[in-house]
Design a protein around this ligand. Sequence first.
Ligand code: AHM
Ligand code: MG
Length: 334
Amino acid sequence: MSRKNQTLGEFIIENQKSFKYTSGELSRLINSIRLAAKVVNHEVNKAGLVDIIGAAGDTNIQGEDQQKLDVYANDKFIQTLKNRNIVCGIASEEEDNFISINSRDENHQNKYIVLIDPLDGSSNIDVNVSVGTIFSVYRRVTPVGTPVTLEDFLQKGSQQVAAGYVVYGTSTMLVYTTGDGVNGFTLNPAIGTFYLSHPNMEFPENGNIYSVNEGNYIHFPQGVKNYIKYCQMEEGDRPYTSRYIGSLVSDFHRNMIKGGIYMYPKSSKDSNGKLRLLYECNPMAFLAEQANGKASDGFNRIMDIEPTELHQRVPFICGSKNMVEKAEEFMRNA
Ligand code: AHM
Ligand code: MG
C-alpha cells in the first residue's frame, strides 16, 4: 500500500509485510541507507563551496582532513551499515576486497550483504551535475555464524532482495525496490524527510531518448552502430533525442520517467564496457525489470549473468522494453 505524502519511514514500516522475509532486518537496512543518503546529500550539496571551505586533501578549520566526496560517501555508507549491526558483508566500488562484518555477539548472525557504488559519476561533481549512489542487497548463501566469503557476493542479479539508488540532483531522491515495484521518495531538505513522491514508477514501453557516449562511436560493435543510426533516422517517431549526462543514475532516472534507452556497450577499447556488474548493472537491472523495463548485455538478461569477480565489467543496455528489444535485434543481426 502506498499513499502520497507518506514518509519513507512510514512506507518502510507499512510495507514490511510484503517483504519475502519479514524479520525486520531488511527494513532496518533500508532505514540505514536512508540515513546515510541524508548525510552524504548534505556533503554533496556543499561541493560548490570547495574554494571556500577547502578541497579534498586540505585540512579544515577544525583541523580535520577533508576527504574526496567519493571516499566520504564510501565511509559514510559503510560506517552506517556497520554501526547499526545489520549486514554481514559489504562490497564497494571504492574497496578492492569485500568487507566481512563480525558483529552482534561476534557471531556472524546477520543475513544480508550489500554491494554499493557510493558515488557514481563523481567526475560530474566539479561541474555541479547530478551524481548518485547505487546499492544492491542479497541474502548470504554461506551459513549464518561463519564469516562471509566471496561466494556470498558473486550471486546472480536475479537473487537480489532489494536494490535502489539515490540521485543527488535538483532534488535528492531515493528510489528503490524490494521486488514489489519501484517507488521514489523526494527529500525535503528543510526538515530532512523523504516523502513518497513517485509511487509505482514505470518505464513507458516506448520512448524517444537514447543515452550513449557517442564519442566512442567508432569503437562500438557494428550492431550498436546500426542501432544508433536507426535512432537518428527520419522515420515514424524518429529521430530520437540524444541525452547523455554521463551519470548512470541520472540518465536512468530520466529515461524511466520519460521513456528511453541507456547504453554502455563494449568497444574496441574496453572489451566488456565500463560499468560493473555487481553494484552498477545488477541493481539498475532489478529496478528496470520491476518498473516494466528491460536490461541486457545486448544478448542476455543482465540478471542471469553468473558473476565471476567482484569488480567484473559488463556491457549494459537498459531502459524502455521495446527500445531495448530493438537494440538487441540490431545486435543479433549485425
Ligand atoms: P564511475 O563509477 O567511475 O563514476 O563510472 C560510471 C559512470 C556512469 O555513471 C556513467 O554513465 C559513465 O561512467 C560515463 O562514462 P563515460 O564518461 O565513459 O561516458
Ligand atoms: Mg560507478
